[in-house]
Ligand binder design. Structure first.
Ligand code: GLN
Length: 476
């Protein structure tokens, strides 16, 4: 079977009787087997996916199939899928089973999506290379010596290597957009609160967003419109109505925009030369298409990472306090007293990066340092948001690279956490501000490694963002 790029081509072939959902699911299962070494899945639901595929085939014949009939998806191991393992790629959730479906997952299931398995990721979504997983690293299908990016590396590779059509990840600081860029596919982080977080394992609750990987903007738009919207289980979710993102793609075609390009991102020394060229080329092509693009200053670039890492580690230290050996998953065998149970369970159950962040977060929240770090970072967050929103008063979009480099070698940054954190330099702005952003494939470097192009839009402007992304995908 040829690799399908979009749900519409799958649905055409299903409707014409050229393929069946069972045949399609077998095709993905075969790819999963053949590319097992990539380690993109921690669990594959072979029998269950085939049984669901047979049900969907029956519904297609009697005309009752949902809108996602024929869409086979992967779920990052941070999303609750009832009666399936859920571990956040951590030993501390060993053997834990989800008790309910995440709202986003439930909505996709209700429209007949088929879940083929759960995807590997960095432990509790902390990382930029997928090397922090209790299940071992994920390899990039473009070059097996290189990382796929993180933390949603398994979800990105699953789509890249044709093991499913679409996957869900989570983006707290770039974990959908950065791996999408490293793997040459599309990645969306919606506006904060656009998709309910109910059933998403919490990392930094005021940043966490469920995001989408796909090969076409149409699929991304459709999945977003189905997953988004009000939800009684998440008090922070937005009540603003969900437009028909998929329907708007054609409607908004041909609109001309004012676009800001952040000067500091293009001129920074740390940017790989080929990414600079690819970004400039795309900007030139946008100008040729009639858009106005201006360079603007954003002198706060150097404050983005410190703000992000202070606030997310603070939130993580609080969120991860629930893993104590009492309630979920792993409990140390050496648990003679309450205190040794807590201590040993957390010492043995968490990996190095997670422990580092819990300690950092506990430190910035401690009584003597709270104002110096946490309060200050909150203020910085407000200033960064105001400054970014100011740009978006004058411009429709902000464009910038997704990452400073293309996919790096496995192990390249393992010894130095700060070096690893620099991989998020261009992605965290959208998370600190809550704005929606997308990573779009933008050619490759001399070694054939994919490059991404990033677009940030104003709050809840996914409709325009996706229509504009489609135009960028179609630039030659
Ligand atoms: N790489 C970033 C981090 O390590 C982003 C993680 C994420 O978005 N979940 O925190």
């Amino acid at each position: 079977m040829k690799p399908y790029l979009s749900l519409s081509s799958i649905q055409n072939d299903l409707n014409e009787g050229r393929i069946t959902c069972v045949g399609l699911t077998n095709h993905y299962l075969k790819n999963i087997d053949e590319k097992k070494h990539l380690n993109a899945f921690v669990e594959v639901y072979r029998e269950e996916a085939l049984a669901k595929a047979a049900e969907v085939d029956a519904r297609i014949s009697d005309g009752t199939a949902g809108r996602l009939a024929g869409m086979v998806i992967g779920l990052k191991d941070v999303l609750s899928h009832k009666d399936h393992g859920l571990q956040g790629a951590s030993k501390i959730l060993d053997t834990f089973q989800a008790q309910f479906n995440a709202t986003a997952v439930q909505r996709l299931l209700d429209e007949d999506a088929i879940v083929i398995g759960r995807n590997n990721c960095d432990e509790f979504a902390m990382g930029s290379s997928n090397e922090n997983s209790a299940f071992g690293p994920v390899l990039n299908d473009a070059d097996n010596q290189r990382v796929p990016g993180g933390s949603s590396g398994g979800s990105a590779v699953a789509v890249q290597a044709d093991m499913c059509l679409v996957s869900l990840g989570s983006d707290t600081g770039g974990s959908v957009r950065q791996p999408a860029a490293f793997c040459g596919i599309l990645g969306l982080k919606p506006t904060y609160s656009r998709i309910s977080r109910h059933g998403l394992i919490a990392y930094g609750s005021s940043f966490d967003c469920i995001g989408i990987f796909s090969k076409t903007v149409e699929d991304m738009a459709l999945v977003l419109e189905i997953a988004a919207g009000p939800d009684e289980f998440d008090s922070t979710v937005s009540a603003s109505p969900v437009p028909s993102y998929s329907g708007s793609l054609e409607k908004l075609k041909g609109k001309k925009y004012r676009i800001a390009c952040i000067r500091e991102t293009i001129h920074t020394d740390g940017l790989q030369e080929e990414i600079r060229e690819a970004t400039r080329n795309t900007i030139e092509n946008l100008k040729k298409n009639g858009h106005e693009v201006h360079e603007v200053d954003f002198p706060l670039l150097e404050y983005l990472l410190p703000t992000y890492y202070i606030l997310t580690t603070a939130e993580a230290s609080s969120n991860l306090s629930r893993y104590d050996g009492v309630k979920y998953g792993y409990r140390s065998p050496d648990s003679g007293t309450l205190e040794t149970m807590y201590k040993n369970t957390r010492t043995e159950g968490f990996g190095e990066e997670v422990k580092r962040r819990i300690m950092l977060g506990t430190f910035v929240l401690s009584a003597s340092y709270y104002d110096a770090y946490y309060t200050k970072a909150q203020k910085a967050r407000r200033i960064i948001r105001d400054r970014t929103k100011k740009i978006l008063e004058e411009y429709d979009f902000i464009v910038l690279p997704v990452t400073p480099t293309t996919a790096f070698q496995l192990g390249a940054h393992s010894a130095d956490p700060v070096e690893m954190y620099l991989a998020d330099l261009f992605t965290v702005q959208a998370n600190v501000t809550g704005l929606p952003a997308v990573s779009i494939p933008n050619g490759s470097d001399r070694e054939g490694l994919p490059i991404g192009f990033q677009v940030i839009a104003n709050d809840f402007e996914e409709e325009r963002l996706l229509a504009f992304s489609k135009e960028i995908m179609e630039l030659e």
